[in-house]
Structures are given as structure tokens and as C-alpha cells.
Write a protein that binds this ligand. Sequence first.
Ligand SMILES: C[S@@+](CC[C@H](N)C(=O)[O-])C[C@H]1O[C@@H](n2cnc3c(N)ncnc32)[C@H](O)[C@@H]1O
Length: 342
Amino acid sequence: MHIPTLHAPFSRINNLLYKSYLPKIMNAALEIELFELLACGSKTSKEIAESLKTDEPITEALLNVLVAIGLLDLNDGQYCLTAFSQDYMLKSSEANQITAIQSFSGSLGPFDNLVQALTSGPTRFNNKMWTTEQAVLNMEQSAKAGMIQNVVSFITALPEFAACRKMCDLAGNIGYYSFALLNENNNLRAHVYDLLEVCELAERLKGKEPNLNRVNFHAYDIESGDSFGCGYDLFFCSHFLYEYGATRDLTGFLKTVNQSMKIGGVFVSNHISSNISGENYLTLTIVELMTRLMGYPTHQLPEKVLKEALSEVGFGDFTVRQPSEKTAFPTLLLSAVKLKEA
Ligand SMILES: C[S@@+](CC[C@H](N)C(=O)[O-])C[C@H]1O[C@@H](n2cnc3c(N)ncnc32)[C@H](O)[C@@H]1O
């Protein structure tokens, strides 16, 4: 698989595209009378959701977008109006600009049903959303705008990489990260585990891929407790553990990862974390709102949560690369060595 060399960061345009969602988001906040509520004093997200009778996780994600654009402040868990929202977002303000804001309808897209989701809760999450041909091709294409390059440069710089012979790419989709890593180590073989439908797409779409003879696709469903093989000296997991970090047993899952690896093997995580700053911050608050709207708990796996769970089950010697400002959807790259059996 050829990995393009990039000459400019995609994040700059990606951040502008995400800003185009803001009119819908601001108008939803106006429609549920959020600013009017906070005119009476600061409140926690739980208190706000209770007063407005809205879904709490979605409300909290909405509040964090509004903080990112300066319409609210957040201090010690309490959200309050800023000078800006006091002047322009309150009906009682002589200078209010509510009509002007309402005249921007915003782009059609994921936030068209935001008010409905706030008041009635999210839609049921469709866990097959990644299994269509268009979805897998979109994910691969999106990863080529900096993410694959970042992952490859991080993993190839690990001292263990040159000696790696067998890797697992868990929930690896059609294998684009694996193919990129095989280019860098001629002795490496990859085992990609993903849902049956995705493996079938991979067999078809990757039929002519160089190095296909060094990749095996395995049908795997985490919900069924399927095995994902053993004897790995590299275990890669990308954009898959968010739900485990938030609402499920991350430690228990990482214990099974430990058991599938050799001592001295290296686990690598590629996930959006919670410590994002700069231009990408607003984009990731919007991604989080979009995620909760779809009925999925979160799109963030905090570094602390991941490290604590890994440490509990026999991993250590962490290497961390903080999210890059240049990458759209910047992730935290973290490697951990298996020091002992879990
Ligand atoms: C967000 S994608 C990440 C794909 C790839 N690892 C990446 O970083 O681009 C999540 C992946 O998890 C897979 N997946 C979703 N539910 C799964 C399940 N129950 N068991 C195994 N894989 C699943 C999807 O098919 C998809 O390939």
C-alpha cells in the first residue's frame, strides 16, 4: 500500500469544515432556552439537563462545544454565561443577536435532529455503521491524511519494532494500518481481526494489494468473546476502545490482550484522548457531540484511564506521543511493553 507524503496539514481545512456545523448547534442551544436558564446562575451539566428535561450526555457535550466557542465558561464543573452570551444570546439583552444567529441555518448534516435528540435522547447506535464498502473506503482515505503516517513513524521508532514477527491489528478494518507497517518490516506478518462483513470486504478490496500473502483477515466479534489468536510481539488497536474506557471493562479486556502476547511484546494504542488543545479543540468537542448524538458513549479515551488499566494487567515502559496539531482528528499514540503475565 502506498502511503502518500503530505506537504500541508489537512487539520486546517478539517477545522473549518467542522465550524460549518456551529449554526445548527448554537440554534439548538437557543431553542432549548439554555442561555435563559443560565441567566439565573451557574449550574452543573446534570442540573442543566434536569431543568431543561434533556438527555444528560448529549447536553454535556453540547455545553462543551459552547465553552470551546466562548459562549459559556466552565469553572469547577459549573457552566455559566460569558460576557458575550450575556450581551448577545439573552432575549432580555438590548443588544441580543438571536434573530441574526437564527438566520444562519447551517449545513445539513448530523446536527439536524439535535434538538430532538436533546429532548428525547439519542438514536440507537448502529454498530454496523463501519461495515459498508463506502464506509471502509472512507475510513482508509481519511487515515491517509496524516494518521497512517503518524502511526507508522511512531511504531517504526520503537526499539522493539525491527524484531517484530507477528502482529495483531484488532478491529483493523480492511487492514490499511497493517499494510503500511508491513512495508517497513519484511519479516512481519499481520493478523487483522474485524467483523465478518468487513473481512469479506477486505478480501475483495485488497485482492491486489502487495504483501497480501503476509496478511490474514479473521472474522471476529468482541461481543461474542471470540479469540484473537496468540504469540504476538506487536498488538495494535486503533479507534476501538472508547466504549471500553467509558462504560465497559477495559482492564478485563486488556488482560486478554496481555494473554495473547509474548513477554517483551509491545501494545500500541491509537485513540483520541481528552488532552486536546489549540485549533483542533473545537473540532473534537463537535466530534464528541456528534458521537453521543449517535448513541455511542464517547469518542475519547483519556491517557490516564488507558495507562492505569494497562499497568494493572502487566504492561509498563510507556512511550507516549501527544496529539499532533497537524493531524485532523489528532490521536494520542501510546505504546506499552508486556512486562509480565496478567
Ligand atoms: C472506528 S473503526 C476503526 C477502524 C481502524 N482500526 C481505524 O483505526 O481506522 C472501528 C472498527 O471496529 C470494528 N468493529 C465494530 N464493532 C465490532 C465488534 N463488535 N467486534 C469487532 N470489531 C468491531 C468495525 O468494523 C471497524 O472496523
